[in-house]
Structure formats: C-alpha cells, structure tokens
Design a protein around this ligand. Structure first.
Ligand SMILES: *Cc1c(COP(=O)(O)O)cnc(C)c1O
Length: 495
C-alpha cells in the first residue's frame, strides 16, 4: 500500500477515464438524444447518398498523435459516419439480405461494452445470459434442450462451426490431431446449386476444398432435387468417396427457396450423413405462425446456422450455431489450457464458452438479442416475419398488375425478383435494369440489388425490415416505372 502510494506520488499515471465525468455525462446525453432522433427521422432521409470528396477525404487522415476533445471527435463522427450510412435501417432498404437493427439492441450493445465482460466464459452474469440466449434460439427452432450452441459473428461463422463438427465426426480419423490428409476416403459434402458462398469458404478453410462440396441441381422452385442428390451420393460411394454431410438451405439468398428439410433429414438418416441446415434466412420462420410450416424438419438437423442480425433485427454482429450432439460440438473445439483451469469457486468456476468455437475473447452479443426479445416478446418477432412475407406477396401483386414489369416467379417468402421490360433482351435489358437500380440508390429512393437466376438478370427485393410499409412498395413500383420510362426515353443506359 505504502509503496503504491509512494510511486503514485512520483509518477504521473495516466488513464483513459475522463478528467471530468460531468462533461462526459452531458456529451453522452446529447449523443443519446441525437441517436434517438436519428432513428425517429430515418424515413425522412435518403436511403443512401454518395459522399462528397471532402467527406471521403476525412478517411485518409493519418494516425492521430495528439488529443482531440471528445466533443470534437463526436462531431466528426456525426458529420461523416452517421451522415453516410449503408442505409439498411431505412424503411426502403431491400438489398441483399440483412436486418434493420433496433434501438433496444443498440442500447444493449452500448451496455455490453460498458459492462465490458469477456464472453470467453467464466462465472458471471453475462456468461449465463449468453447461454440463455443460445437456449432461447433452441427453443425458437424446436431444438432439444440437450443440444449445444454458440453465438458467433454471423451466419458464415455459424455455418463454419456446424461444418467443422460434421467433418470431425464423419472423418473416421482424429482429424484434429492428424489433419485432413489422414482421412482415408475423401469426404463429400452436398448442397444445392443455390447454396450460399460462405459454404465454399468453409470447405476451403476446413481443408476439404471447394470440389468436395457437390452442388446438386434444383427443381423449378429452386429447391434441391432430392432424387439427384440420392444419385450423386451413390455415385460418389461407388467412386470411393465418403459422403459425409448434406447442407439443406432454409431460405436461399437468391429467391428464398426452402429445401425440403424433412426429406433431407430422412435421406441423411438413411445414408448416414450429417444433416446441417443453413437457416441464416429462414430458420427464424419457425417463430412466425402463418409460415412456420415452411421450415418443418429444421428441428431434425444435426446442426443449424441462424442469424439474429437478419430477422431478429439485432445490430451487427450476431449469428448462432446450434449442434444437436453437445459432446461432438465440444469435441471439435475444446482445448485444455493450463492457464484456463476451472476452479471450484470464483470467476473461473463457470463454463468456458470458448470451448464451442474458434474465438477466445468473445463479445457480449447476447445482451442486444436478450433485451429486444424481452421487450417485445418472441411473438411479435414472429408477426414481423409474417408481415414481411405478406408484404412481398403484396409487391408481387403490384408487379403482376403493372404491364411494363415482369415477375420472375411467385415468391415463397420475403424475396422477389422482377424487372422492367420494355421489350428488350440480353445485355440491353440487363443494362437498363442495372441503371434503374443505380438511380434508385443515387436518388435516395430505395435500395434494391440484383441477381442472376437460371442465367437471367433480375432486380431483387428482400424485405427483412420492420420499418417497411405497403406505401413504400407502392412508391417503389411507381419509381421503377418512372425511371424505366425516363432512361428508355433518353435512349441510353450507360450514364
Ligand atoms: C446471410 C447468409 C449467410 C451468411 O451470413 P452472414 O451473417 O452474412 O455471415 C449464409 N447463408 C445464407 C443463406 C445467408 O442468407
């Protein structure tokens, strides 16, 4: 004690804490007020806008060496970052596939950072809440309570967790110890030709290689063709491969197609394959009363990846991997570390959550999910999913009713593809629709994306948005037709 006091007297020790807490309190109140207004007024701002050169230039400033008052730091963030967002919290953002966040979740992220716990594990409240949110995810999907799971950065990581367990269980050798080169028969994984690109990355990272993931053709509804899958499995067996895992997709990113999960579960059982479901889009449909039947069978999977930062609208990032066989899950990742021995009491008497994945230090992702679920109740999230699916049907109806628009196919869930069609084909049609998409973005009206389905280019709308209203969709149709006419009248599409 004396030594400490003595040294404190001799050394000017520094801290990151502010010299004046009252000042920080005032600034924080302002930041929170402005943040609330930012969300309240989001509809009045453009979905997206291009950054002027001077704002862009701010991001080339070199490493700051001397201090800046916090108020000035905050001011710069307001002018730059807050003013030029991607746009996905806006009611008319329907590009790619992401959630639209929520205030309570943001408050949760703030409090998680303030409380500061490391979710690598240990005996503390945040650790218990992390496990509780995993348990809630199991409950939402009808997974058994004995299953395990982990919160990760997103769906891609959640898929890697599931596929890693699948590989290790099916390898036939101790692949953790001896590596993939010790596997006797090369493993084969299967998914549809609509499978998400993260699985390719996973296969590469797992050392199995992209070619070990066989893409199986899809039917007219873009669901995996079960007969073709069965044929591929027996062909591979005959050729000396070991069929190891089938990946079902509950909601493809192109069109929202949902593979026949019950049929896949049955086939996996018959063929002794691991059954993984990529439910990043659709797993949570299990909580939506009008549509839950579409994902029946998901509860039969050996592992599932789901994405609370999509249809639970949690602020980025949070994904979740669930594994039916908890021992297999731990067996894929647990490492005994001498400096992490559990103690009978104290902080190290809890569970090491790091044993369920690749990360050691982990953020407190659970709080933002927990707070929003607690505030609204899971039933409301289910209704919001039904609402988005109903909105897409409504939009498909508007598209069909408008002679200058062409619908790709009737939507299954919350994704629809369409295009403006003035009687063009091929590259000219693609260029026209791309131009419509870009002008919608640049004029701040709406954010759509595009895709290619069966070789055809389409504009794509995915509504994972609790702020979207039907009048936003009326506006979209009106503006697409207006821009289509305008660009066609200008006689060029490359501006
Ligand atoms: C979004 C998505 C992923 C990847 O999830 P991230 O959270 O973006 O990492 C994987 N599969 C499907 C079907 C998806 O829609």
């Amino acid at each position: 004690m004396d030594v400490a006091r003595e040294s404190a007297g001799m050394v000017a020790e520094e801290t990151l804490d502010p010299p004046d807490w009252a000042e920080v309190q005032a600034l924080s109140r302002r930041a929170v007020d402005e943040a609330v207004n930012y969300l309240r007024d989001v509809r009045d701002r453009p979905v997206w806008r291009e950054m002027p050169a001077d704002v862009r230039g701010m991001f080339r400033a070199p490493l700051p060496r001397s201090p800046t008052p916090l108020a000035a730091v905050y001011g710069e963030v307001s002018r730059t970052v807050m003013s030029y967002p991607m746009g996905n919290i806006h009611p008319r953002f329907w590009s790619w596939y992401m959630g639209s966040s929520n205030f309570t979740g943001a408050l949760g992220d703030f409090l998680a950072a303030i409380q500061g716990s490391n979710l690598g594990g240990g005996n503390h409240a945040a650790g218990l809440m992390d496990s509780q949110v995993v348990n809630w995810c199991k409950e939402m999907l009808g997974f058994p309570a004995s299953a395990s799971g982990t919160l990760v950065s997103g769906g891609s990581m959640a898929n890697i967790i599931g596929l890693t367990v699948a590989r290790n269980v099916k390898a036939g050798v101790d692949v953790r110890e001896h590596g993939v080169s010790a596997i006797e028969k090369p493993l084969r994984f299967y998914g549809s030709d609509q499978i998400h690109a993260c699985h390719r990355k996973a296969m590469e990272a797992l050392g199995l290689g992209n070619r070990a993931l066989r893409r199986i053709p899809t039917d007219a509804g873009l669901r995996i063709d079960i007969d073709a899958l069965r044929a591929a499995i027996s062909e591979d067996r005959a050729a000396g491969f070991k069929p190891a895992c089938v990946i079902g997709t509950a909601g493809t990113v192109n069109t929202g197609a949902i593979d026949d999960l019950r049929a896949l579960a049955r086939l996996a059982r018959e063929e002794d394959l691991w059954f993984h479901v990529d439910g990043c889009i659709g797993a949570l449909i299990a909580i939506a009363p009008h549509n839950a039947h579409r994902v029946a069978g998901i509860e039969l999977a050996d592992s599932v990846a789901l994405d609370p930062h999509k249809w639970l609208h949690a602020p980025f990032e949070v994904g979740c991997a669930l594994v039916r066989n908890a021992a297999a899950h731990r067996g894929a990742f647990v490492v005994t570390q001498e400096y992490l021995e559990l103690t009978p009491r104290g902080i190290a008497s809890g569970e090491w959550l790091l044993d369920y994945g690749l990360q050691m230090s982990r953020g407190f992702r659970a709080l933002k999910v927990w707070m929003a679920l607690k505030e609204h109740g899971v039933e409301k999230f289910g209704r919001l999913i039904d609402q988005n699916i109903a909105q897409i049907s409504y939009l498909a109806g508007l598209i069909e009713a408008e002679p200058s628009l062409e619908l790709s196919a009737a939507p299954t869930i919350n994704i629809v593809c369409f295009r403006y069609q003035p009687g063009l084909a091929g590259e000219a049609l693609k260029a026209l629709n791309t131009e419509i998409m870009l002008r919608l973005q640049e004029q701040g009206i709406a954010a759509l994306s595009d895709t290619t389905v069966h070789g055809e280019h389409w504009l794509r709308v995915a509504i994972t948005n609790h702020r979207t209203r039907r009048d936003d969709l009326d506006l979209l149709i009106h503006e697409v037709v207006r821009l289509g006419r305008e660009i066609t009248a200008q006689g060029h599409v490359s501006s």
